[in-house]
Design a binder for this molecule. Sequence first.
Ligand code: NAD
Ligand code: ZN
Length: 536
Amino acid sequence: MQHRIALIGLSGSGKTTVGPLIAQVLGWPYVDIDAQIVAAAGQPITEIFAQRGEQHFREIEAKVLHQALSDAPGVIATGGGVVENTQLQVALQESAFVVWLHAPPQQLGARLRAAADRPLLGDDPAAALQRMAERRSALYASIADWIVPTATLTPQQIADEVVRAFTRQQSAPTTSSVQVTTPGGHYLIEARAGLLDTLPDQLDRLRLDGNVWLVSDTTVMPLHGQRVLKRLQEAGRTAHSFSIPMGEQHKTLDTVRDVYDWLLSSGVERGDVILALGGGVVGDLAGFVAATVLRGIAVVQLPTTVLAMVDSAIGGKTGVDHAVGKNLVGAFHQPRLVLADTAVLATLPAAERAAGWTEAIKHGVIGDAALFEDLRRHAEKALALEEPLTGQLILRAAGYKARVVSGDEREQGERILLNYGHTIGHALEAESNYTLRHGEAVAIGMMAAGTIALRVGLFSHEALAEQRAALEAFRLPTRIPQGVDLNQILARIGSDKKVRAKRVRWVLPTRIGAAVVRSDVPGELVADVLQELVSQ
Ligand SMILES: NC(=O)c1ccc[n+]([C@@H]2O[C@H](COP(=O)([O-])OP(=O)(O)OC[C@H]3O[C@@H](n4cnc5c(N)ncnc54)[C@H](O)[C@@H]3O)[C@@H](O)[C@H]2O)c1
Ligand SMILES: [Zn+2]
């Protein structure tokens, strides 16, 4: 890469204030795309819109931006709408270090109320920005190399943060962390072998100075918990530990109460931190305890399964199961850090490992074609935990979820794509009495959704075959086991919690690397596809 930094973000996010400051630090030229458009057109932006229309404006914008991206080094402040043009998205990603200046839209509205030269915002800038923010956030998040939450920073602090991120990225041979930015918190995800040894330093860095409460399960604690406790003690930390019984059947409020009892009777305080060391069960449960005990204390996620590393530890969804159904009681509580030490995967049973990679392949299919390709190609090495490859693949798969979650913390838009394969997956998982692992059921669910997408003309035969090949490379099932009652599956889909107004919202891929949501899939087609997928 690139000696170019491009700033993206909504109007009013500070691009034109921060841009010159960054340029000054780096000694680079500064390019304001809006100003260049005005120069090229020979009239103010309001007039271009009024007299020649938005389309014309976008054409000049594309030309000016392409020019800026092929010039010498520079800091480029883009217009808020560039991300809506797919070609410009690609050009930005290829030729610049892309930074999203992320600010709450309400704040932008206040700053902009007086601004007259912003033709797209109309009379009520706050409301217009809110609508625009919803549409664009997911786009910004998906193309940004780095996200700077600007709410509490001065322009100079923002500029310094951008320069720091850029320099770090230039000097690092491979990426070792990705960032999550949500209204509920900003944090890093790191993935590579040996990371648990860095835990005491990381806690210091985050100023998590209080007591440490390690929660794990009866399988993982003896395997990896002891080492974590030892490192913490060597660093002079007071660490307590507690094991919950292993398994989904213990992801309940009863277990939560046991953990509360332990914490509260041992004197947990507001400034303390819970470490969740384990798979998704420990992460969800310990995260929920952290969200609620003393009205919320810090949690650091230390995932020990592939599934937890690429999926459940990221995004802040915590909770437990209820007799009525899975994950029905919970809270959003973002962790302060996610450390995925891939060395611990060595003790994870092979089938458990494979099942976790389903979610990574899913991320590839719905949003990251390059990740998909690398997973497919390197499946054997990933299953054998070859490093540094495994850490990199885990980080990229986690990075996809991080980007989606950063654009959509509470699952109102883009985040729903993560449910790809899960509508039928959940039904199969339950119908098999959980003899199918979650990842195995989702793999079959992905084949079902992919086949539905093929039948409604969205997905190609080739792409579906590629998906099958990738799943099979990870030794995942792609057909429904004989003996499963398909009518029960259909009935369960009708009661799936992602149903809105009785219509199932299907996440359907349109190619490897992109998906859409459709709620007009006929029930007969679904029944047909399920029939076709039953093992011969
Ligand atoms: N919060 C979210 O966004 C989210 C997303 C997806 C799934 N989930 C939840 O995640 C859970 C599933 O997570 P999971 O698949 O990690 O299951 P899990 O936590 O039950 O772990 C699977 C098994 O592997 C063992 N184990 C874990 N790490 C090990 C290691 N390194 N070596 C040896 N054994 C190890 C565990 O003790 C357990 O027996 C479900 O409860 C699901 O609801 C949550
Ligand atoms: Zn899943």
